[in-house]
Design a protein around this ligand. Structure first.
Ligand code: MG
Length: 160
């Protein structure tokens, strides 16, 4: 049985922050605002994992009102969710990620983000795909005010 999950997230750009996408530090003169490290790509990955396994959403498990998640690495949150999903008897089959950013250009970072997401999910990087998109200058993302991510992934059941 294949279960499909969808994830979406958006964060505002902020001058005084590091830019981290898919757990990878990206060279940019700005980062993203948020309670954790604001890794918009991993937040969308987490929601897709929770969606496919029917376990709710990232806000239920890691509320941004809880001080213990302030500034925390989203890789840690992803690890915890991967463990939850795996304890429920699922493994990731494949993942497809869109990162929508007018700037910086992500062409050179795409490969590293793909490798890191595959590592976090325990899959071969052939089964993890990352696409870098712009918003063609339209809306808040196009004006360079925010970065968004969309994720679709498939889970397979490993036990009954
Ligand atoms: Mg988020």
């Amino acid at each position: 049985m294949l279960l499909v999950g969808i994830g979406y997230d958006i964060h505002r750009l902020a001058d005084d922050r590091q830019l981290i996408l898919g757990g990878v530090h990206i060279d940019a003169p700005f980062g993203l605002a948020g309670h954790s490290d604001a890794d918009v790509a991993l937040h969308a990955v987490c929601d897709a994992l929770l969606g496919a396994s029917g376990l709710g959403d990232i806000g239920e498990h890691f509320p941004d009102t809880d001080p213990q998640w302030k500034g925390v690495s989203s890789q840690l949150i992803t690890d915890k969710i991967v463990t939850m999903v795996s304890n429920d008897g699922y493994r990731v089959n494949n993942i497809d990620v869109n990162i929508i950013a007018e700037r910086p250009k992500l062409g050179l970072a795409k490969g590293s983000i793909r490798e890191n997401i595959a590592r976090l999910l325990g899959i071969n990087s052939r089964m993890a795909n990352v696409k870098a998109k712009t918003n063609e200058g339209l809306d808040a993302i196009g004006r360079g005010e925010a970065i968004a991510a969309q994720v679709v992934l498939g889970l397979c059941k490993t036990k009954n």
